[in-house]
Design a protein around this ligand. Structure first.
Ligand SMILES: [Fe+2]
Ligand SMILES: [Fe+2]
Length: 334
């Protein structure tokens, strides 16, 4: 899940200015960016480029692992063995996405411990979409359809990101997100062929998630300070508002096939623009959630911290095992 829209300044890190560098290195970096080439970990890069990537990739990684929590709540309550198997696979995929992304961020010189400390102490951000509750089984379907759908829209351009390890991680992530989106949509299609109560459950979930998903693309372009530099560096290829529009245009026909109403009276086709117009997003609510006051912020963070603490023995055992193996290899070599 995650995304460009998650490049939101953390509480403790102000965006860095471009540091002075030897001209030749700077020129080589700029030339490669201009030629649409890839920057690799061993290459020289401006400090501000590195910091921007660390912030964005680590926020993305945090979003993947926190994103496991709202859906993980439903694994034990899935309505059939088939749905349970699908949901377990999806939630595991999200854990895997987090691991690829932490690894990509580590190539920029930040340790996983540093990143996890920032998440667990509340300094680092993750996507605010995961600070809302999953109230019914239909929420699991709607998250797949809309939340993973929005994530795909955000992430496909990242497969061409100028930083090589991030771009390569996104190729596999996007393939898996596509499965996430389709399993969610298919689960909803089945429910919409069911009883009136099931249909009402789907409509209720769509009503609660629609606006939150539009906000996932981040603030309007005019209020998005990181976007211009991100575009210049080939990190962010398409603006927040353009991505949001693409998402709306792609989703309206899917809602029609599904037979649900998207909760926006201003949503209508604009013949001149050849796009759907849509209503105002509640940015005050979005920012309150980003700043920690959403319905589940505290619960999500507490669950994540507990999971990390509960897993300490696994990390200790793995390290002890690796040490023993290394000692054995050393002895054999001696
Ligand atoms: Fe994901
Ligand atoms: Fe996903």
């Amino acid at each position: 899940m995650y995304t460009q829209a998650m490049d939101i300044p953390d509480a403790a890190t102000k965006p860095a200015g471009v540091s002075r560098t030897p001209d030749a290195q700077d020129a080589a970096f700029e030339a490669r960016i201009d030629a649409d080439g890839r920057i690799e970990p061993q290459d020289w890069m401006p400090e501000a480029y590195r910091k921007t990537l660390v912030r964005q990739i680590s926020q993305h990684a945090h979003s993947e692992i926190v994103g496991m929590l709202p859906e993980g709540n439903w694994i034990s309550r899935a309505p059939s063995l088939k749905r349970k198997a699908i949901l377990i696979a999806k939630v595991q995929d999200e854990g895997g996405h987090g691991l690829y992304l932490y690894s990509a961020a580590e190539t920029l010189g930040t340790s996983r411990d540093q990143m996890l400390d920032a998440l667990h102490s509340g300094k680092a951000k993750y996507s605010s979409i995961f600070n809302y509750p999953t109230l019914s089984w239909a929420d699991v379907g709607v998250i797949g359809w809309l939340v993973d759908g929005a994530a795909i829209m955000n992430q496909i351009p990242l497969c061409r990101c100028s930083y090589g390890p991030y771009a390569r991680a996104m190729v596999r992530v996007c393939k898996e997100e596509s499965f996430h989106q389709r399993q969610g949509y298919e689960a909803l299609l089945v429910m919409m062929k069911g009883s009136d109560a099931q249909k009402a459950m789907v409509q209720d979930a769509v009503n609660r998630w629609w606006w939150k998903c539009l906000a996932m693309f981040g603030p309007p372009d005019a209020d998005s300070p990181h976007s211009a530099q991100g575009q210049r560096w080939g990190i962010k290829r398409i603006s927040n508002d353009e991505l949001r529009q693409k998402f709306v245009d792609a989703t309206v026909p899917q809602a029609e096939v599904l037979g649900v109403t998207l909760p926006d009276p201003d949503l209508k086709w604009n013949e001149d623009r050849q796009h759907y117009d849509y209503g105002q997003i509640d940015w005050a609510e979005f920012w309150a959630t980003v700043e920690g006051d959403g319905p589940c912020n505290r619960e999500r963070l507490a669950t994540r911290v507990k999971a990390h603490r509960d897993g300490q023995w696994v990390r200790d055992a793995a390290l002890a095992h690796a040490r023993k193996q290394q000692e054995r290899t050393n002895k054999e070599a001696a």
